[in-house]
Design a protein around this ligand. Structure first.
Ligand code: PLP
Length: 453
């Protein structure tokens, strides 16, 4: 830090404060973790200075032999870890990985047949009329993804994201009674809508998805199955999710982030079968900027760590801890979406349980040293901004070594804060969905205990 402080002390201070915050507060954001020192060190070095557009052995720049080494290693670890035919480790984030996947499926299913029909190999050789037709075809494709309030992600075809502007989208949701994915309703929608791509995967669904059934439905309607396993990649890597619940044997293309339950550097990755490998490898410069060699080096390190037997214990503990947290909260009277969890996250319905919006609950917990995020719940009465849910995940606290007994205590701390917190009023005295009131004594006591844990 002294080296940084000599140049810009405010950055050194912010880094120091971030380390302190991450140590003192309870990090329950389901998408966050603590990468290992080896992973962090692999990222902070001279690889950052290197340009390396293209892929291993086929670069647009000279002098890439060391980048080739780390990119090939990261891809090899990814293939071995997940049992995938092909791995592309360049995406800078989960959203970028999804863009690469969309491009690859469009290239395979729309562009390649158009080139074949026109009898040319390259888009530059298409006549103006054929080119206009191809561009129209690109804009007329359909995607079926999980609805946002059921736990889907913005990139799964929603209007505020480019995927919703590229694709004509429909959503599948969950059964209002059980809160679980309704596969028969999904099948009916797929038959009617006939999407090019069915996207499975979620950001806030506390149960498992059966990818065998999803592939069956995709095959029935001629869709490509894409699974975004960003949230649960660590559980797949750690062999907690196997068989029908492991997306890799079932989906033609799988995307992920590397920094959530997988515990690597901030970044993304695409796994696919042989038929999509060439298109996926053209991700940069098709839709991605130049690769980040320092992050690929860190991905290689983190994936090597995930191949060790200890990682399986870690992944199992993440799920055990999420279950312990669910039990602790339920015992204290909290209502959880779907009644519990089978994975790394829980969704507390704070409107029903504590008469708070997600925003109020998030802020009351933050005041008390507990970092979470507000989240929509199915058919959320408070909308996507204020929400009625709080999402809590266990990957980070499990990395810090907390177990089931501590999870019960964490459940108690959360319940204490949310029971004591009340909805506040606006400056004009009207009821507010954003403001909360919480006795400082309680937030101080909980913060102190959170810091000790
Ligand atoms: N996909 C899913 C399912 C996610 O939950 C997220 C992030 O939360 C992303 C993609 C995007 O990842 P990133 O923030 O790395 O772009």
């Amino acid at each position: 830090l002294d080296v940084i402080r000599a140049v810009e002390p405010r950055v050194a201070d912010a880094i120091g404060q971030e380390i302190a915050d991450q140590r003192e507060m309870l990090k329950l954001i389901a998408s966050e973790n603590y990468a290992s020192p080896a992973t962090l060190l692999a990222m902070g070095n001279w690889f950052s200075d290197k340009y390396a557009e293209g892929t291993v052995g086929r670069r647009f720049y000279a002098g890439c032999r060391n980048v080739d080494t780390v990119e090939a290693l990261a891809a090899e670890h990814a293939r071995e870890l997940f049992g995938a035919r092909h791995a592309y480790v360049q995406p800078h984030s989960g959203i970028d990985a999804n863009l690469v996947a969309f491009w690859a499926v469009l290239a395979q299913r729309v562009e390649a047949p158009a080139l074949e029909l026109a009898g040319v190999r390259n888009v530059n050789d298409l006549s103006d009329a054929d080119w206009a037709e191809l561009r129209q075809a690109f804009g007329n494709q359909r995607m079926l993804g999980m609805s946002l309030d059921a736990g889907g992600h913005l990139t799964h075809g929603f209007r505020p994201n480019i995927s919703g502007k590229m694709f004509d989208q429909r959503s599948y949701g969950t059964d209002p009674q059980t809160g679980l994915v309704d596969y028969e309703a999904l099948r009916a929608t797929a038959r009617d809508f006939k999407p090019l791509i069915i996207v499975a995967g979620y950001s806030a669904y506390p149960r498992l998805v059966n990818f065998r059934i999803m592939r069956e439905i995709a095959d029935e309607v001629g869709a490509t199955l894409m699974v975004d396993m960003a949230h649960f990649a660590g559980l797949v890597a750690g062999k907690v999710l196997t068989g029908d619940f492991d997306p890799v044997p079932h989906a033609q293309i799988v995307t992920t982030t590397t920094h959530k339950s997988l515990r690597g550097p901030r970044g993304g990755m695409v796994l696919c079968d042989d038929s999509l490998a060439d298109q996926v490898d053209r991700g940069c410069p098709m839709v991605l900027g130049g690769p980040l060699p320092h992050v690929m080096a860190a991905k290689a390190v983190a994936l090597a760590e995930a191949r060790r037997p200890e990682f399986r214990d870690y992944a199992q503990s993440v799920v055990d801890n999420a279950r312990a947290l669910a039990e602790g909260l339920t015992r204290r009277g909290a209502t959880l979406v779907t009644g519990g969890t089978d994975n790394h996250l829980n969704l507390i319905d704070v409107a029903t349980s504590y008469e708070l919006t997600g925003r109020q609950a998030e802020n009351a917990l933050l005041d008390s040293g507990i970092v979470t995020n507000r989240n929509s719940i199915p058919s959320d009465p408070n909308g996507a901004w204020y929400t009625s849910g709080i999402r809590i995940g266990t990957p980070a606290l499990t990395t810090r070594g907390l177990g089931a007994a501590e999870m019960d205590e964490v459940a108690g701390l959360i319940d204490r804060v949310l029971t004591a917190a009340e909805a506040g009023t606006t400056s004009k005295g009207a009821p507010s969905k954003a403001q909360h009131v919480l006795d400082e004594k309680i937030s101080d006591e909980v913060s102190a205990r959170a810091s000790d844990l």
